[in-house]
Design a protein around this ligand. Structure first.
Ligand SMILES: Cc1cc2nc3c(=O)[nH]c(=O)nc-3n(C[C@H](O)[C@H](O)[C@H](O)COP(=O)(O)O)c2cc1C
Length: 324
């Protein structure tokens, strides 16, 4: 394909891209076609100044959307070559995708692609069944394939030590009224096209919970349905912490989430210990790793749920006027 991508290819791939996760489901992305290339941009009107002052979360979300975009194009037989942050003077342009040689998608790409519409954050308690070794291995491979690392916290003491860091970070964040106001502003009572629906918020937090939950409204907990006592906690990290590293981490996150979905696993994210710099450093030291933790996940077997809403794809496309 020498002529570049078409508007139809952009629209189809962006429809999958918007299924990516984002902080508070703000969907901080836009997509455009420029000189035959598809570009992923941050939407400056959808920042979270109190929750995400550095833009880390927006870049991770943009990276996750970029992974879906890559996958959609590959499955359509039009895989892309990707350049991250292609224009130094335009930092909001996260990536530019131009057509690579056409080829047939691999079975692995097809399975991951099929997981895109099924994936959702499951904030409810999981069953106590352990995650089997082959699934753990696949999750690690997914992170490594995208140039990141994954650390699984093994054993009660590692999980307890992490939980303490996470609860500390949660307390620090909750002290900030602007942070709380921002979260509350993105809770949705119904099926609005963005924000977190109360029905997706998981149960109300209880003082004896091991891990902090963000609190998007919280539905009352069924009696006896506590969180699993020994959750599988995974930390995803990247080599460094530049803007490019964060977009790379977003792609690795999405590859892991889709791999988990494909393996029948549920995941919820908890990023409080990533958002508080001192907690992030404590977490890094506790893992004994170089590089930077970029996301923490709880992984297990969950009850069925349903994906949360997204804005219509035409709301996130920047098209030349004659094509819009
Ligand atoms: C960078 C980032 C940080 C997130 N942090 C949290 C978190 O701390 N707690 C939480 O419950 N969900 C967190 N999420 C999940 C989002 O709230 C979720 O992706 C969004 O509401 C859309 O829902 P979905 O994942 O079901 O599609 C995070 C997602 C991203 C991309």
């Amino acid at each position: 394909m020498e002529t570049g991508y078409t508007v139809e290819q952009l629209r189809a791939a962006a429809t999958d891209a918007v299924r990516a996760p984002s902080l508070h489901n703000v969907q901080p992305w836009r997509f455009r076609l420029r000189d035959g290339g598809i570009e992923v941009l941050l939407d400056p009107t959808r920042r979270l100044p109190a929750t995400d002052p550095s833009g880390w979360g927006a870049r991770v979300a943009g990276g996750a959307a970029l992974f879906n975009l890559r996958l959609a194009l590959a499955v359509a037989g039009a895989p892309a070559t990707v350049r991250l942050r292609p224009y130094p003077s335009e930092p909001d342009v996260l990536a530019r995708l131009v057509p690579d040689l056409p080829r047939r998608p691999s079975p692995a790409e097809q399975s991951l692609y099929a997981a895109i519409p099924r994936r959702f954050s499951n904030r409810a308690p999981f069953w106590p069944d352990p995650v089997p070794a082959d699934s753990r291995w696949r999750l690690g491979e997914a992170a490594r394939a995208e140039h990141c690392w994954l650390e699984l916290l093994i054993g009660v003491s590692a999980v307890n030590a992490f939980a303490e860091i996470a609860r500390g970070a949660h307390r620090v964040l909750e002290r900030d009224p602007a942070y709380r106001a921002e979260r509350e502003a993105w809770v949705r009572a119904g099926d609005e096209p963005d924000g977190v629906p109360v029905t997706a918020s998981g149960p109300q937090a209880e003082p004896h919970d091991l891990l902090p939950s963000r609190g998007f409204g919280g539905i009352p907990r069924a009696p006896g349905r506590d969180f699993e006592p020994e959750p599988l906690v995974a930390v995803l990290g990247s080599a460094g912490n530049t803007a490019v590293d964060q977009v790379v981490a977003g792609q690795a996150l999405q590859r892991m989430l889709l791999t988990a979905t494909d393996a029948g696993l549920s995941v919820s994210m908890l990023s409080q210990p990533i958002e508080v710099p001192s907690a992030r450093e404590q977490l890094r030291l506790s893992l004994g790793r170089f590089g930077t933790p970029q996301m923490v996940m709880r992984i297990g077997y969950g009850q069925p749920g349903r994906p949360t809403p997204r804005r219509a794809v035409d709301e996130v496309l920047d098209l030349p006027v004659h094509l819009a």
